[in-house]
Design a protein around this ligand. Structure first.
Ligand SMILES: [Zn+2]
Length: 957
C-alpha cells in the first residue's frame, strides 16, 4: 500500500501513478498530500478533475443493488450451530447451579456477540475473495454510503437488540434482511428500531444544547498577536486506557508548536523551540521521546481571553499557522459539538443493534504446556461469566512450550500478560491451539466506564430453602415410608431449630426444595402434623370463623371403655356416648391427645363439622364433655406430606396450636414435587446416588439420559428411587440473600439479589452524559470523582511541597489535563478525532477562575470568584505597596466552573443575557449598573456592529 506521507524523493516533474482502489480515506489522504505538497491552487484543480472523473465513471457504472448481490456466507450455519452448542453448555451449567443468572446471561450475550462478529468478518473475507466488485461491498467499504454494521444486518446476522431501557435482550436475531425475519425476531427488532428513533429525537436536542453552551463559553476567544513569549506549555503523551492506546502521541502533536527544543541522545538538535510540528517531524520526535512539551492555549499569556498564533499552532483547515483574527473559540465549540450530533444519527442508522466491544484475548498459538518462571502477585477471582481466573496485579510473562514425545521441540513462546489480566491457565497446564490463555480485563482497572447494577433472582417454584447439604430431614421420610405408619407425626421443628442460618459469604449455594403451598383462612387447631400424609379434601384445620357453642358441659359416668385412634372412623352406635349422638352417623376422630390418664377426643362428622369434643378420664372412668364448638373446617386441595414452615413463634408445630400473630405457612409435598424411577430390584448396580444426596441437572441417575431437573434423593428402596425436585442457586460473593435455612418461599418470590458491573453500552448516546458531566463539572453521585473535589485534593497535596501560588497553578494544570484526557477518551472510543487544541480552549474557560478564601488586604471578599491572573496581579501589587506585612495577601483556591456557569461569569452581560435567564441577567445588570465592553462576537451581533474577528482585521504584531 502506498503511504501518503509527502515523499521528498518525488519531484514535481515525476509522474505519480497510484495503482490501487481509492476509497474515501484514500481520496482524502491524496487531497491532503497534494495540499501540503503543492498548495491550494493545484489541489483545487486536482479536486475539480477528481470530481469530473468521479461523475463520469459513476454514471457509466450505474451501481445499484439487486437481491442477488446480497450473498450470505456459507459458514453462517456452522457458526450459529457452534454458538448454540456453547449456549447449551452454558444452560446446563446454569441448571447445575454452577453459574448465577447474571453470569449465564452474560455468557449468552457474549456468545452471540462473538458469533455475530465472526459472521461479520466472514462476510468481508468472502467478499474480498470471491466478489470484490460486489455493489454492497463497494458501497460499504468505499466509505461512500453505508457501513459494515449495515452489511452485517443485510447478509450476516442482525445480532442482539437493546430493549427500551438499554438492556440487551438475550434473544439474538439470527436472520438477516436477505433471509427475512421471523415474527418473533421482527417484534424484537421493533424495540431496537424504536429506541433508535426515540434516541435520535431526544439526543439531537441534548447534543445541540451542548454545542450552544460551548459556543457561549468560548465565542470571544480570538487569535491575536503572533507570540506571547511564554516559556510555559503542556506535556503531551500517548493517552491509553489499560493496554489499549486511545490516542497516539505522534497524532496529538501534529500542528502544535514546540515550547522547548528537542535534542537527541547525542545532543543533536531534532526540533527547535517555536517550530511547528509536521507529520514527518512528529514521527521523528516520537522516536526520541514519549513526552513532548508544546505550547498551548492553556498557558498563553495574552490577556483578555485572546490567544497568540504560536500557542494555538496550525489552523486545521489550512495546515499552517493560524491566521490572526481567527475566531478559534467558535471553531473549538463547533468542533466538539458537531460529532455529538453525528454520532446520535449513527445510532439511528444501525437500528438499535447492539455492538459491544469484544475483550482482548490472548490465545495459544499451538498445543503445548504452560509455565511461568516467576510468581506474579494477584488473586483468584470469579469473572463476570462465572469462570475462575487469576487476576494479575503486575505485568508478567507466560511461556508456552511445544510438546512432542515428551521433548521440548522448540524454544517456548513468550506471551506478555499486562497487569490486571485474567489468567485462565495454571502452571504446567496442557493447552490446545486457540485456547484462551488470558484476557485483558477492560473494566477492572478503569473505574468510570462500568456501571453497577443489581438483579433479583426469583424462585421458579414454591418450596423450602436449604443451605445444608447433608440434610437430615429426608432420612426421616425414608424411615417413615418403610414403617408405613403414616399417621405418626414427624416433627421438623427440631431440625429447623438446630440449623442456624449460614453466612452468605461462607456458603456458595443453596437449594430450593420443591413443595406446594396450601392456603387457608384463620386456623385454630391443625388436624395434621408435620410429616403427616393428607388426602385430597382431608380436613386440615379447625377454623374459628364460626365459633358456636352448642351445649353446656356436663359429665357422665360410663362403664364400657373403648379407645379410638386418631383418624379412625367410628359409627355413632359403637360410641360409648351414643346417647348424645344421632344414630347412623359416621364420625371421624380428628384429634386424640393423651395427657396422663385423660384422653381428649375431637370428632367431626361427615360434613367436616366438629360435632363433639370430650375428655375421657381413665381413673375416674368418666367422660367429660367439653363445649362443643360448631366449627367449619377446611379441606385440603393437595395430597401429600405436610410440612410446616417455622414462620413465627406463635405457632407451636409440636402441638399444632396456633395462638396469634402471622399465619403459619403450610406446605404439602405432592406428587408434582417428586420424581421417581423404577429400579427393578437392582438398586445397587444401576443407581449410584445415595439417600439424601443432592443430584444436579444432567446427572445420570439410572441408565440412559441425564435427569432434566435437579433434586434431592429422599427415598431409595430396592425397587424405587424417589427424588424431590429441587433447584440449586449459586451465591456468588456479590450475592445478597435474606433467607435462612428452613424458610419457605412461594413461586415467584425473591430469592437473592446479585450485584454486578456491566460495561456501558458503547455508543455516544451513553457518551454524551459523560462529556456533559466533565464539561459541566457535575458532581458524580456514586463515587466522589467530581472535578472540584479532585482539584481540591490535588491542591492540598501540592501545598505540602510548593508555595500556595505554585500549588494553585499546578493543581489547575493537573485538572486541565484530567478533563482533556476524559473528553478525548469518550470521543476516541467512538472513533471520533478531535484535536486537543479545541478541548484546551474550552477547558481554559472552565479553569481560569479561583475562589478567594481569605481576602487579606486586597479589598476582595471571601467567596469571590475572580480570574487567577487577576488574583495574582493584585497580590503582586501589594508587594510594591508594602513589604513589611505578609498577611496582607489574599489566599485563594482553584475551582472548576462548568461551562454554563463559566459563560455566565463573563464580564459583560449581553452575551450572558442572550444565552439563558435573560430577564434575571438584564435586571441584575441594570441594578448593578453593569457595563459591556463588547469584546465578544455575540455582543456585536446583538448591536449590529462589525464582528471583532476575521482574518486580516488585526495587524499582527
Ligand atoms: Zn501565547
Amino acid at each position: 500500500m502506498y503511504s501518503f506521507v509527502p515523499n521528498s524523493s518525488l519531484n514535481h516533474q515525476d509522474k505519480i501513478f497510484f495503482n490501487l482502489p481509492f476509497d474515501k480515506k484514500k481520496v482524502s489522504d491524496l487531497i491532503n498530500w497534494s495540499f501540503s505538497k503543492y498548495g491550494e491552487k493545484k489541489t483545487v484543480d486536482l479536486v475539480e478533475k477528481l470530481k469530473s472523473i468521479g461523475y463520469s465513471h459513476a454514471t457509466s457504472a450505474g451501481i445499484s443493488l439487486g437481491i442477488d448481490d446480497l450473498k450470505i456466507p456459507a459458514d453462517k450455519k456452522v457458526f450459529v450451530n457452534e454458538a448454540e452448542q456453547q449456549l447449551n453448555f452454558t444452560k446446563q451449567n446454569f441448571e447445575k447451579g454452577h453459574l448465577t443468572t447474571i453470569e449465564s446471561f452474560g455468557r449468552v450475550i457474549d456468545t452471540w456477540n462473538k458469533t455475530s462478529e465472526r459472521i461479520k468478518k466472514q462476510v468481508i473475507i468472502d467478499f474480498k475473495a470471491f466478489d470484490v466488485l460486489n455493489p454492497v461491498f463497494m458501497m460499504a467499504f468505499s466509505g461512500a454510503r453505508g457501513n459494515i454494521s449495515q452489511v452485517r444486518q443485510l447478509v450476516g446476522m442482525r445480532g442482539l437488540m437493546s430493549d427500551p431501557q438499554g438492556k440487551i435482550i438475550d434473544f439474538p436475531i439470527q436472520s438477516n434482511f436477505r433471509e427475512g425475519l421471523t415474527l418473533t425476531e421482527y417484534v424484537i427488532s421493533c424495540y431496537g428500531a424504536r429506541k433508535g428513533v426515540v434516541d435520535t429525537a431526544l439526543r439531537t436536542a441534548t447534543s445541540g444544547y451542548l454545542t450552544r453552551r460551548l459556543v457561549d463559553v468560548a465565542q470571544h476567544v480570538i487569535v491575536r498577536y503572533f507570540d506571547c513569549q511564554t516559556l510555559d506549555g503542556i506535556y503531551l503523551t500517548t493517552i491509553s486506557h489499560g493496554s489499549k492506546i486511545i490516542l497516539k502521541l505522534s497524532q496529538r502533536i501534529v500542528g502544535r508548536v514546540l515550547a522547548k527544543s528537542i535534542y537527541s541522545e547525542n545532543n543533536t538538535l531534532i526540533a527547535y523551540r517555536n517550530q511547528d510540528i509536521t507529520t514527518e517531524l512528529a514521527s521523528k520526535i516520537t522516536l526520541h521521546t514519549s513526552k513532548v512539551f508544546v505550547r498551548s492555549t492553556l498557558t498563553c499569556k495574552v490577556k483578555k481571553k485572546y490567544v497568540c498564533q504560536l500557542c494555538y499552532g496550525w489552523s486545521l483547515a489550512q495546515n499552517h499557522l493560524v491566521p490572526s483574527g481567527e475566531a478559534v473559540g467558535i471553531i473549538a465549540a463547533q468542533s466538539i459539538g458537531e460529532p455529538g450530533t453525528q454520532l446520535t444519527m449513527r445510532t439511528f442508522h444501525t437500528g438499535g443493534v447492539f455492538s459491544g466491544s469484544v475483550s482482548e484475548e490472548i490465545r495459544a498459538t499451538h498445543n503445548g504446556k504452560v509455565f511461568f518462571t516467576n510468581s506474579t502477585p494477584g488473586k483468584l477471582v470469579r469473572t463476570a461469566y462465572g469462570q475462575i481466573a487469576f487476576l494479575t496485579k503486575q505485568d508478567s510473562f507466560l511461556f508456552l512450550s511445544q510438546i512432542t514425545n515428551n521433548d521440548l521441540l522448540n524454544s517456548p513462546i513468550k506471551y506478555q500478560i499486562p497487569a490486571y489480566s485474567l489468567l485462565f491457565v495454571k502452571q504446567n497446564q496442557l493447552v490446545i491451539k486457540q485456547q484462551i490463555l488470558a484476557e485483558v480485563s477492560t473494566f477492572l482497572n478503569g473505574e468510570n466506564q462500568s456501571i453497577s447494577s443489581s438483579e433479583t433472582v426469583y424462585s421458579d417454584f414454591s418450596g423450602m430453602i436449604s443451605f445444608s447439604l447433608n440434610d437430615t430431614l429426608h432420612k426421616k421420610y425414608q424411615t417413615k415410608l418403610e414403617s408405613k405408619s403414616q399417621q405418626k407425626p414427624i416433627s421438623e421443628s427440631k431440625l429447623i431449630n438446630t440449623t442456624k442460618r449460614k453466612l452468605i459469604s461462607n456458603s456458595s449455594e443453596f437449594w430450593v426444595l420443591s413443595a406446594q403451598s396450601e392456603t387457608f383462612l384463620k386456623p385454630v387447631n391443625f388436624y395434621c402434623f408435620n410429616g403427616d400424609f393428607i388426602q385430597y379434601h382431608a380436613n386440615l384445620y379447625k377454623s374459628n370463623l364460626k365459633f358456636v357453642p352448642e351445649k353446656k358441659s356436663f359429665e357422665k359416668y360410663v362403664n364400657n371403655i373403648q379407645y379410638y385412634d386418631y383418624g379412625q372412623s367410628v359409627n355413632s352406635e359403637q360410641l360409648i356416648t351414643e346417647k348424645y349422638f344421632r344414630k347412623n352417623n359416621y364420625f371421624s376422630v380428628i384429634n386424640h391427645q393423651k395427657t396422663d390418664n385423660i384422653h381428649d377426643f375431637l370428632m367431626v362428622n361427615n360434613q367436616h363439622c366438629v360435632s363433639n369434643h370430650f375428655q375421657f378420664d381413665y381413673e375416674k372412668s368418666s367422660i367429660k364433655y367439653k363445649q362443643i364448638e360448631k366449627l367449619k373446617s377446611d379441606s385440603s386441595q393437595l395430597q401429600g406430606e405436610v410440612i410446616f414452615a417455622k414462620s413465627n413463634n406463635f405457632f407451636n408445630t409440636d402441638l399444632n396450636q396456633y395462638t396469634k400473630g402471622p399465619l403459619p405457612k403450610m406446605y404439602v409435598l405432592t406428587d408434582a414435587d417428586l420424581m421417581s424411577w423404577d429400579l427393578n430390584g437392582q438398586s445397587n448396580q444401576s443407581c449410584k446416588v445415595k439417600l439424601g444426596q443432592y443430584v444436579r441437572y444432567g446427572t445420570k441417575v439410572i441408565k440412559g439420559n441425564g435427569i432434566t431437573q435437579s433434586g434431592i434423593v429422599i427415598s431409595k428402596t430396592k425397587d424405587k428411587l424417589v427424588m424431590r425436585k429441587a433447584k440449586p442457586f449459586l451465591l456468588a460473593s456479590n450475592g445478597d440473600c435474606s433467607l435462612s435455612h428452613g424458610d419457605f418461599v412461594n413461586s415467584q418470590s425473591p430469592l437473592l439479589t446479585l450485584s454486578y458491573k456491566t460495561l456501558k453500552n458503547d455508543d455516544i448516546v451513553q457518551g454524551i452524559p459523560k462529556i456533559e458531566q466533565l464539561f459541566e463539572a457535575r458532581e458524580n453521585m456514586k463515587n466522589d470523582h467530581s472535578l472540584n473535589s479532585l482539584v481540591k485534593k490535588q491542591f492540598e497535596l501540592y501545598k505540602e511541597s510548593y508555595t500556595k501560588q505554585d500549588a494553585v497553578r499546578k493543581s489547575v494544570k493537573y485538572i486541565q489535563q484530567y478533563i482533556i484526557d476524559g473528553i478525548q477518551y469518550v470521543y476516541q472510543s467512538q472513533g471520533v478525532n478531535i484535536s486537543d487544541k479545541h478541548v484546551e480552549i474550552i477547558v481554559k474557560q472552565m479553569t481560569s477562575k479561583v475562589k478567594i478564601i481569605s481576602p487579606g488586604n486586597t479589598g476582595l471578599f471571601t467567596g469571590d470568584i475572580v480570574d487567577l491572573d487577576w488574583a495574582e496581579l493584585v497580590n503582586r501589587a501589594l508587594d510594591y505597596e508594602n513589604n513589611d506585612n505578609e498577611n496582607k495577601k489574599s489566599e485563594y483556591e482553584p475551582i472548576v466552573l462548568g461551562i454554563t456557569k463559566a459563560s455566565l461569569e463573563t464580564e459583560g452581560f449581553l452575551s450572558a443575557a442572550s444565552f439563558q435567564e435573560t430577564i434575571k441577567i438584564l435586571s441584575q445588570a441594570a441594578y448593578f449598573k453593569k457595563r459591556d465592553f463588547l469584546r465578544g462576537l455575540k455582543e456585536n451581533v446583538i448591536l449590529g456592529h462589525l464582528l471583532p474577528a476575521g482574518t486580516g482585521l488585526f495587524s499582527t504584531t
